[in-house]
Design a protein around this ligand. Sequence first.
Ligand code: FE2
Ligand code: ZN
Length: 391
Amino acid sequence: MKADATATVSGHHKVSFDDRKVLVPWDEGKTSQFHHIWLRDHCQCKHCRHGETKQRLLDTFSIPRNIKPDDVVQGEEGLTIKWKDGHESSFSFKWLHLHSYSPRLEKYLSPQFKFWGAEIADELPEVDYEAVMESDKGVAIWVHKIYKYGFCLVNNVPPTPEATQSLIERIAFIRHTHYGGFWDFTADLAKKDLAYSDVFLGVHTDTTYFSDPAGLQMFHLLSHTDGSGGANTFVDGFRAAKLLREENPEAYKTLSSIRIPAHASGNEDSSIQPFSPFPVFNHHPVNGELMQIRWNNDDRGTMDRWSDMEDVEMFYDACRAWNDILTRKENVYRVQLKPGRPLIFDNWRVLHGREAFTGKRRMCGAYVNRDDWISRFKTLTTKRETVLNAL
Ligand SMILES: [Fe+2]
Ligand SMILES: [Zn+2]
């Protein structure tokens, strides 16, 4: 997450420019340098950027290689650059400070996650169906809880597929997969995946076999008759990863670097694999933040590419340490889902599993893409002006 400090321009030094760059001295003592060609390319005027779509209209390649301002005028809120061809570009100091690249001035705020273990059962993140269906304010509260905790329960939902589908569509459109869009199924192996069976499933993330794994998943148990069992289990994967890093840094490193092939090949007409194998822990390339966990031991393919012979045993040791954390009772939130109370979770963060059951269960639910639900979260919880300023 990007945040900005105060963008106050220096009271003692003036904005200046040379042959290649504009120099903006800040009150905090640092001076930003912006190349002329970069400033011209990022002009925000309505001829250079579409007022509504916010897309670039300017032909970048028509900018002369050695473009230089005629003048740079410093104002109260920002500066105006007068180019030799008569075009003018204005930039607010706020925007310049936020996007300063030499030096970089933005501060990264760690995401405000609330980590949890089994004790979350006493203080569950939950919202009411009515509130979510009624207003965007209700959706904002809902997605904020999903973001903060990695999951949320919804109370008083009509126990029907239709109501469940309308509920999830309050966040974004449903992601279709080889299993279809919105799913509504019993344990009959209609799709050749263990999810469609009654056996025990250890905690995992879904769709490790996609290049872009599903972002959110909702489960709604519509009915369970003539049997028992089938409690769901959830583990806060980001917290579990933190525990692993503290207890066994070597294992954390191994699971952040060794790439694991994955596949979905049960249906006769498909064999889905990501474009590249991915590690279990995937980090943001700039701020190093853990962004995504991919872990499904059942969907793991054959690992026949190792850069070092030592890695083989190191990998199994690391998986064992990780599995140990994932199965510790104090780390697992165990819940018997009930009709009328679906649970939605962040599949990039939270791992889920299910105990074996008997009898007949009818479950429904769906996936939502990660980028789509984060977009909804961002636009509902951040001012439009702030979102646009950060583009
Ligand atoms: Fe699953
Ligand atoms: Zn312009």
